[in-house]
Design a protein around this ligand. Structure first.
Ligand code: UD1
Length: 428
């Protein structure tokens, strides 16, 4: 257990290069077992969730190692179709392996996945998509047994455009004979990245980024080297961090085209943002203005993974902002900690009303999930005095040493070991 320590009040300035996206790397790692050849993923950050995915692949029989900043996955020795229970509970993305394992073995045994506690996060859409491809699914004693012996290409309709379910079913269909059409799919950029990766391996897939994905089955895929897309949420968080301090920063390897909704809100708050290919420059005013209404939606709507960071900005802005969270049920858990720092946030169900205050104050607060933890860091950068954010290991799920990024931009931030003090506390 450890904590982030941030002393607020310094304007962020300078440049940073954004690392690859956790949410792109994880499904791509799962997809690597669709071939018998080695996959090399370059430019991948060191994140605990990526480490857990590597551990799960090793338990299944793959060899996974890091070399010169790349993740190597050799799936030749894969021998198990059964997901390890304890490891699967550590990350939600373990469920992404269901489709690839089915494609590889014709059967799969998985447990219900874990992950950040930001809502109910059921997997019914994953199961329904696979059932529509003919997979027989039985749930017993906390395990899900999938029999894919009668799996065939066909038509799949999702009741809701779930990111993970879209990716899972896409991967399950890649090696099926014939055409599979997925309707009402999620349109997130990480799905486009997965399509690009699979096509480079020899798959025939079209339509990612639109409402319909068409998979023409192929017999075999081969191993490749690939650099997953940059992380739009890390980029967005750093822009929010700079905005909180009245700063001026430049981000390289930043997926500007995927950040439209975030840029629009930051501009509404008074920031000047210029974008050129993969570089974004933000110049923030001394004091941000409130935004009128921020509603999270599936892509290309405002991303739920940036909502809490914007809540932190609204807390210090001039005027009243309203935030509606439409994607997950439980994503305002950090409002209490922000209020402890002096914010004035009122939450009712999926809606938060934020009356901006002139000043936030440093406090001892606690990360309860990945993005919420990052949002507390955003608030801390603007706060007077020192903030200690406990359970920073949750932030490490998606940001490779957030404090290093912030220090490189001029913040006063560091890490503290709170081991003994926090022992026994539940983590997600
Ligand atoms: C992915 C991202 C996560 C992001 C989310 C929404 C990864 C590793 N994680 O999560 O960071 O916050 O997209 O952009 O890529 N749902 C169901 N049944 C299902 C699946 C989902 O009801 O079977 C619900 C969820 O509870 C949630 C909503 O659908 O309310 C969106 O979830 P989904 O798009 O599946 O998100 P994830 O793939 O879990």
């Amino acid at each position: 257990m450890n904590a982030l320590r941030i002393r607020g009040g310094r304007r962020l300035t300078g440049e940073w290069t954004v690392h690859s996206a956790k949410n792109a790397v994880l499904p791509i790692m799962a997809a690597s077992i669709l071939t018998e050849e080695e996959t090399i993923l370059t430019g991948c950050p060191v994140l605990s969730d990526i480490g857990y995915m590597g551990d799960i692949l090793e338990t299944l029989g793959c060899r996974v190692w890091r070399q010169e900043g790349g993740i190597h996955i050799d799936p030749q020795g894969i021998c198990s179709y059964e997901m390890p229970d304890a490891l699967s509970k550590k990350i939600r993305s373990s469920i992404f392996l269901m489709g690839p394992i089915l494609a590889r073995f014709g059967k799969a045994a998985v447990t219900f996945p874990g992950g950040c506690e930001i809502g109910l996060r059921p997997i019914d859409l994953h199961l329904s998509g696979l059932r529509q491809l003919g997979v027989e699914i039985r749930e017993e004693g906390g395990m899900i047994y999938c029999d894919g012996s009668r799996m065939r290409a066909g038509s799949v309709h999702f009741d809701y455009p779930s990111v993970g379910a879209t990716e899972n079913v896409m991967m399950a269909a890649v090696l099926l004979r014939g055409r599979t059409v997925l309707h009402n799919v999620a349109r997130e950029p990480e799905i486009v990245d997965l399509q690009n990766f699979l096509c480079r391996m020899g798959a025939n897939i079209n339509g990612a980024g639109s409402h319909t994905i068409v998979v023409e089955g192929v017999k075999k895929l081969h191993g490749i080297a690939y650099q997953p897309m940059p992380d739009r949420i890390v980029a967005g968080t750093l822009l929010a961090a700079a905005a909180a301090t009245g700063g001026s920063i430049q981000l390289h390897h930043s997926p500007c085209q995927d950040l439209c909704a975030v840029f629009a809100k930051l501009r509404e708050m008074g920031c000047v943002i210029t974008e050129k290919e993969q570089t974004a420059c933000l110049h923030a005013p001394d004091r941000l203005n409130a935004f009128q209404l921020l509603q999270t939606q599936p892509h290309p709507g405002f991303p739920t993974d940036m909502q809490v960071q914007m809540l932190a900005l609204a807390a210090m802005a001039k005027g009243t902002s309203v935030v509606v969270e439409n994607v997950f049920e439980n994503r305002f858990t950090h409002a209490g900690d922000l209020n402890r720092m002096g914010a004035n946030i009122w939450v009712n169900g999926r809606t938060a009303v934020v009356k901006g205050v002139e000043r936030l104050y440093g406090a001892r607060v606690s990360a309860r999930d990945l993005r919420g933890g990052a949002a507390l860091a955003v608030a801390a950068l603007a706060a007077e005095g020192e903030t200690v954010i406990e359970h920073a290991e949750l932030i490490d799920r998606g940001y490779e040493r957030l404090e290093d990024m912030l220090c490189a931009l001029g913040a006063d931030a560091g890490r503290m070991d709170t081991g003994a003090e926090s022992a026994g506390r539940k983590t997600t």
